[in-house]
Design a protein around this ligand. Structure first.
Ligand SMILES: [Zn+2]
Length: 292
């Protein structure tokens, strides 16, 4: 059996001009800056004195965010909302520099990045676009988190189940056309968890400006939830960002239950090391045939 897979966008893109975003880190509470320069060598990260390909950067398993570990020993926390924005916008090439150890949380979603890309505009980069195709089924269970990837057109089906009356069981499904609907969903936290997080030096920069805080009576944020199923959408957004640590879009049918960063990173590693992914290079948005 073979199926026809289309790649996400019309081709390779980078930002038309530099994007510089400053803000506070959710966990550290420290001010930091991210600079994205237009690029033509894929997604790269500055480390010491050179830009290195994102796919050569390792990822640590951390429960509350995704952490890059650069060859120099530097670490950069909470890259996931930025990386999800790159995937959603179709930015395939950019040179990223991080000043500080944690990417600013901004409003807790990917919106600020996407607004910035919309302001600067994107320009085409010549050459073939690279993707990783899921070439054979792969699955992983990590604690209560379950993941499955199948060959096929990109889709993501994400279910969460929280023992909380204001979250409960939520399921969201997106494909390439509706992926952008995840972008506005904010990170969330249960009000009773905040003291424990702060005691562990986490969420020190957290506020109602950058997270949905869910209390006994529901969200404490003015206006409540921003979109329906915001919590499931945000977990799906995080997963999209965590997939992008491989440096290029990963195309397949994903079904995930109760994802979290540490488990997401384990699944990405499983996909990358199990031979389930096939790297393809395509000059234009022409469909490619995948033996499934
Ligand atoms: Zn998140």
């Amino acid at each position: 059996m073979s199926s026809i897979i289309s790649i996400p966008s019309g081709g390779r893109c980078t930002t038309a001009s530099p994007v510089v975003i400053e803000g506070v880190g959710l966990h550290s509470g420290a001010q930091s800056t991210v600079r994205l320069e237009p690029g033509s060598d894929g997604l790269r990260v500055f480390d010491g004195n050179a830009f290195i390909p994102l796919r050569d950067v390792s990822v640590a398993r951390t429960p509350r965010c995704t952490r890059l570990e650069l060859p120099s020993g530097r670490r950069v926390d909470m890259v996931e909302h930025l990386f999800a924005a790159l995937r959603i916008a179709g930015v395939t090439d950019a040179d990223m520099s991080f000043i500080g150890d944690e990417v600013p949380v901004l409003d807790g979603s990917s919106s600020v990045w996407l607004d910035a890309f919309a302001r600067t505009g994107l320009t085409r980069v010549g050459g073939a676009i690279e993707c990783l195709l899921v070439a054979k089924p792969v699955s992983l269970t990590v604690g209560s988190s379950r993941f499955c990837a199948l060959p096929g057109q990109f889709s993501l089906d994400c279910t969460i189940d929280f023992p909380n009356a204001h979250i409960g069981r939520q399921r969201i499904s997106v494909d390439e056309q509706t992926l952008g609907s995840l972008a506005v969903a904010r990170t969330f936290v249960l009000e009773h968890e905040i003291a424990m997080l702060k005691a562990n030096n986490l969420a020190l920069g957290g506020s109602l400006e950058n997270a949905v805080v869910i209390g006994e009576a529901g969200p404490l944020n003015p206006g409540g939830f921003r979109v329906d199923l915001e919590c499931a959408r945000h977990k799906a957004l995080d997963f999209i960002g965590d997939l992008m640590v491989l440096g290029v879009p990963v195309i397949g049918r994903f079904e995930i239950f109760a994802p979290g960063h540490s488990a997401n990173n384990a699944f990405v590693e499983e996909m990358a090391t199990s031979g389930a992914l096939r790297r393809v290079s395509i000059l234009e948005a022409s469909p490619v045939s995948l033996a499934a």
